[in-house]
Design a protein around this ligand. Structure first.
Ligand code: PGA
Length: 253
């Protein structure tokens, strides 16, 4: 199975930089996806998403948003609806990133609402979960992850019937202490997490397919090892995704 590579550009690329990156690397990105038979998903900021998606229309490169509103529509100043993101060309959307949880106080319930909004318009949610350093040190990671997953699982069980075969969710396991730190967890630790996640999500397996990603300091130095972790089906890449050569190495190695 080919790996998924989700480029989370965060707020690291302003409008013009993102547009330049895409035009400069247009051919290379398409070639990279084809040669490595990889799923490449670019997640620019919302303002440039429509232009990036127009650029890559009719190519294998997919576009994702970095967040969406938990509301469907209406008086929610500054929010961006899932419907708008879909119309602008997003087929994926990251939700629940730890930066949003920490900086904006997003709760698991809000994230579950966002997930439902995305399902309504056929966008595939990429849901970030991951424990704090404190939970890791205390050995309470599974409890931490279960708390994050439960409202999502409940919401999926409530939906019960998914109308479109396009529906699919991605769980991106990103230990907070590994994000941007240069540290990646040990292989045995990661394997225990991914096998637990798979088991924990069996309740929703018959409702919607779940794919599992790893995120947190995914850089060329670590990728060879990370690709060997069983249960990992792709990567959520932050810092290294805004440098094409680094991103390419991650896909190629
Ligand atoms: P990083 O970020 O690759 O820079 O660690 C990953 C993320 O936050 O999604």
């Amino acid at each position: 199975m080919p790996f998924y590579y989700v480029a989370n550009w965060k707020m690291n690329m302003h409008y013009q930089k993102a547009a330049n990156f895409c035009s400069e690397q247009y051919e290379s990105l398409i070639q990279l996806a084809a040669e490595k038979n990889a799923f490449l998903i670019l997640c620019p900021s919302a303002v440039v998403l429509a232009s990036v998606s127009a650029m890559f229309k009719e190519t294998e490169i997919q576009i994702g948003a970095q967040d969406c509103s938990p509301f469907k529509e209406g008086a929610h100043t500054g929010d961006i609806s899932a419907q708008s993101l879909m119309e602008a060309g997003a087929s994926y959307c990251i939700i629940g990133h730890s930066e949003r949880r920490i900086e904006w106080g997003e709760t698991d319930e809000i994230i579950a609402q966002k997930m439902v909004r995305l399902f309504e318009v056929g966008i595939r949610p990429i849901i970030c979960i991951g424990e704090t350093k404190e939970a890791f040190d205390q050995g309470t990671t599974f409890e931490f992850l279960a708390r994050q997953l439960d409202p999502l699982i409940e919401a999926i069980i409530q939906i019960n019937s998914f109308s479109s075969s396009r529906h699919r969710i991605f769980i991106a396991y990103e230990p907070i202490w590994a994000i941007g730190s240069g540290i990646v967890p040990e292989k045995v630790y990661l394997e225990s997490i991914f096998s637990w996640l798979k088991e924990y999500c069996t309740r929703i397996n018959n409702l919607v397919p779940v794919r599992f990603l790893y995120g947190g300091s995914v850089v060329p130095e670590h990728i060879f090892y990370l690709k060997k972790v069983s249960g990992v089906e792709g990567f959520l890449i932050g810092g290294a995704s805004i440098d094409f050569q680094m991103f390419k190495k991650i896909v190629v190695l």
